[in-house]
Design a protein around this ligand. Sequence first.
Ligand code: NAI
Length: 414
Amino acid sequence: MVSNDTDPLAWTRDYTPILQSLAAEYSESKPLEGDTVALASHLETKTGVLVETLRAAGARVLVTGSEPFSTKEAVVEALQELDGIETFIEAGMSDEEWEAGQHDLLEEEPDFILDDGCELIAKVHADHPDIAEGVIGGGEQTTAGITRVEAMEEQDVLQFPVYGVNDTPMKHYFDNVHGTGESSLANVMTTTNTMLSGKTVVVAGYGYCGRGIARKARGMGAWTIVTEVDPRKALEAVMDGHRVMTMGEAASLADYVITSTGNREVVRKEHLDQLQDGVILANAGHFDVELSLEDLKAESNDVTQPKEGITRYHLSDGRRVNVLARGRLVNLTGPHSQGHPAEVMDTTFAMMFAAAHDMLTQDPDLTPGLYAIPDHLDREVASRKLETLGIAIDSLTENQREYYEEWEHPDSSF
Ligand code: NAI
């Protein structure tokens, strides 16, 4: 007789050893006792485990989603059972209800904000300036959010220091490249039940996410084309063996277009004429503005749903354009989406935990602004990860350390 494990977080705990080690380490000393931490992130099982970890370290945790459609009800229900955790989101909420929940959360006056997309950080500044004054600091998880924090810093409106968690090597080298790469392609294939092998995949943006998507698509046997606006990234894509061209040229060759630019209208009216009948469009960037759905709607005489998670636009000349997950994050908001693999969110969320722990307990005395997380914290998470994998690495010998510190190199034979 096999019984179901009804705890929705149980499986994920097994694949998040760094968070488990942090929870074990801090569950007695409770360094975050007395602190209220607000967390906005896609509310699924990995986020649930981060919430548990913050709670284990003593924090009161206020939880919302960084996007209403990625919320998993079972996770919300499991968190609601726990003492010291308050949720401000439910699955199926409209955009308006989700926003209202975020304002209710902010009214609870958090000490620290862990954000994804700069949703809470922007709202507390725009709509709750008195509460923003009392916030000790924040951490931002994703590229799109960092861009917004930079804009706030530039305009001199930021009221507290924010750690750019996305910009740490332990986040973007792994989460953006491997997590987004694997989970986006997995969801494109699962939603459509099509194969990438032998197809042409156009990837817009060759940043961390785009390079992961393009490399992994090619690894599965697809022909890859990259579009870019940055000449160095474009050249990198060329040197990595992808074809590089404008979207205007690529659109006519695409079986799939996957956007990951953090920008808007990357596929727009001028490209629609070029698309092949049956093309599949998906977005892996943070906001649902990379594919211009307005233009698609305007050019269509019918919109249907041929399969769950797929919106089909019937263009007036008979061509059909399929958009996955309503143009929202394909790896997080589709019917089968589970987000990044837990192993990679383990490192990202360990960095989020480190951001809160460092600012709340080490008092780094920072003025308002965007800051890099201290490098030793990034290395510490890398070491923990290697430890959990049972991998040992060499360390510098004294002679090697001295060699790095010299500039004359007296023992060189040159
Ligand atoms: P990045 O800044 O490393 O790369 C973005 C690239 O897009 C840059 O090379 C830029 O030159 C290029 N780009 C900008 N406008 C373009 C245009 N019109 N056409 C073609 N290329 C253009 O950013 P990263 O880390 O790759 O993130 C990209 C997006 O993905 C962001 O919105 C980020 O928040 C999101 N993201 C999504 C994740 C997911 O789970 N789906 C996970 C991590 C990030």
